[in-house]
Write a new protein. Sequence first.
Length: 289
Amino acid sequence: MKKERKLNFELLLSCINQKDFSIIERSRIQSDVLIVNQYCSIKKEEKLPYLETQEIGGFFCRKYNVQEKGISRSRNFAIRNAQADICLLADDDEEFCSQYREMILSSFERYPYADILIFRIGNRPKKVRTTFHPVYFPEILRVSSCQIAFRRKRVIEKKIVFDEDMGAGTGNGAEEEIKFLLECLKQKLKIFNVPVTIAMMQENNHSTWFYGYNEVFFENRGMTTRYLFGTSFALGYGIYYIWTKRELYQDDISAKQAWKALRRGIKQNRLGKKKRKEKRIKRRKRKWE
């Protein structure tokens, strides 16, 4: 009887302006890792993307230096160039628990029918129920990208990518992981929550996209919510968010100002208009080809 091949694992880490591999030790990474290092400056004679490799602690570490901008571009680049069966998305402000690699692999081996597993970040609120269970809408609204581990083959087969007009570096706010998970559900991938802690967020780390609960934040939230779910849902969810999250933002902005900014984002619908324009251009190109 043929012995089944064991799954292998790779961490897909997105970061900016990393001059070396010191982030490996700082984040306590103990696995193979693919680092996508954006906005980096390298010598003119070196072509981008520029690949550096190093063995650290017995694990194979690759760092691609690129000049393109945006977290979604970084995620897509990492998924395309990954080499493992199981991948975990990661950011540069995490500190990983010991044995995280083994815990993730054993979870996928235990649940062979799962395409995507959602894990816990220890010092963040438990937004998803702390039981093993399938994750659908609306629970995916509570998931962060750094909780997402997946079978790379299934994502590649279904041609699922992150929307490169969403996320840090685009000026359009966040929620790119929600779009990604919605597409996974649409393509019939099976998503489950696993109540296992794999990392902690480092305290006092500067975010690359979040600059406080200001008018821009609420405008972008209204815009992305309309883009994902339509106007009616965006208005209803906006009221819910402003009412239930007021303790988070009340020191920065009033509920009235937040609501006005959110409605303004919904009305302007910059992202939706851009996507429609891109579709029209594609249709015209096909027409004249």
